[in-house]
Design a binder for this molecule. Structure first.
Ligand SMILES: [Zn+2]
Length: 314
């Protein structure tokens, strides 16, 4: 299984679709939302159908559980109890018998889910774009699950700018609901925390790598090829034929949750979205740069001594 970890609005749905189009792979969307939102609210699948009538997910549910109704309510109840960020220490230390029982039940259902996605699709590699580090910490406990990880990172100023936009309709909505917004400062703090956690996870795994969104869209073929090599899944001859120099050709998808990119099919031209350089207000840009500076430097978004790097006094 190939798991994408990152902050929302970093291009994870695009990366997931590109990886899912590699022969022998299937993209499943953000699977950590499948019980809590997708099934309970009957959200639209990437194929355009409501989840409850999508033929792919109907077959997966039958294969895994004898139907989704057998597990959905229970999982929607368990998920916030066992995979919150504050539970990460308990997941690591193994303390608390009642908690461990609930976690084991949660993981058993997920193992059956992944195996069924693989069986129904016929693909050996399931691409899960859940993004959450807490979910990833939990999944690592499943023995026998071959878990490879890509940390997708985008310049924190671009992420902050995207999250401050108002009036964007939710891609899965049927009632005109709008996307939520977050302040640039809040995004900067979340971004920093997630990158620190994913560094810890990456250091603990031989099959983890980091991909910059900006590299993915400006040099998609080279970037994907390197990422797949890094996680021990070097692409075979022709495996990246769907990826051009500045474009990608996407087939049908049953990805759940995620951005509107999951409804796109055919040839998609790729270009770096760096509108934040003009649209993010100077004050917000300064705040986000200051909070995320150590990692901006590490990932090459800011060069040491450049004018964009404010001097830090603390
Ligand atoms: Zn579908």
């Amino acid at each position: 299984m190939l798991y994408i970890v990152g902050v929302g609005r970093s291009g994870s749905t695009l990366l997931e679709r590109m990886l899912g189009a590699v022969p022998g792979s299937v993209n499943a969307g953000e699977l950590n939302a499948i019980f809590s939102r997708v099934a309970t609210q009957d959200q639209r699948c990437g194929c355009g159908e409501p989840f409850s009538v999508c033929p792919f997910w109907t077959e997966v549910g039958e294969h895994a559980f004898g139907g989704w109704s057998a597990v959905t309510e229970r999982m929607a109840h368990l998920q916030p109890r066992v995979v919150r960020q504050r539970h990460v220490p308990r997941m690591l230390t193994g303390s608390g018998a009642a908690y461990q029982r609930e976690l084991a039940e949660y993981l058993d259902v997920h193992e059956r889910l992944y195996r069924s996605v693989s069986a129904v699709s016929g693909a050996e590699v399931v691409v899960d774009a859940s993004k959450s580090t807490a979910q990833l910490f939990a999944l690592r406990r499943i023995e026998g699950l071959d878990l490879r990880v890509i940390n997708l990172v985008r310049d924190s100023r671009g992420v902050a700018s995207s999250w401050s936009k108002t009036g964007i309709r939710k891609p899965q909505s049927t009632d005109g609901a709008m996307m939520g917004t977050y302040s640039p400062h809040r995004i900067a703090v979340l971004w920093t925390a997630l990158q620190l956690e994913s560094s810890l996870l990456g250091a603990a795994s031989p099959y983890a790598t980091r991909v910059r969104y900006e590299d993915l869209v400006s040099a998609p073929r080279r970037t994907l090829e390197q990422a797949l090599r890094d996680v021990g899944m070097p692409p075979g001859e022709g495996a990246l034929d769907h990826v051009g120099e500045r474009s990608v050709t996407l087939g049908p998808s049953h990805g759940v949750a995620g951005s509107r990119t999951r409804f796109t099919a055919g040839r998609v031209d790729l270009a770096v979205d760096d509108a934040w350089r003009s649209s993010l207000p100077t004050g917000a840009r300064r705040v986000v740069t200051a909070v995320t500076l150590p990692q901006l430097l590490r990932y090459g978004y800011v060069r040491p001594g450049s004018r964009t790097a404010p001097t830090r006094t603390a």
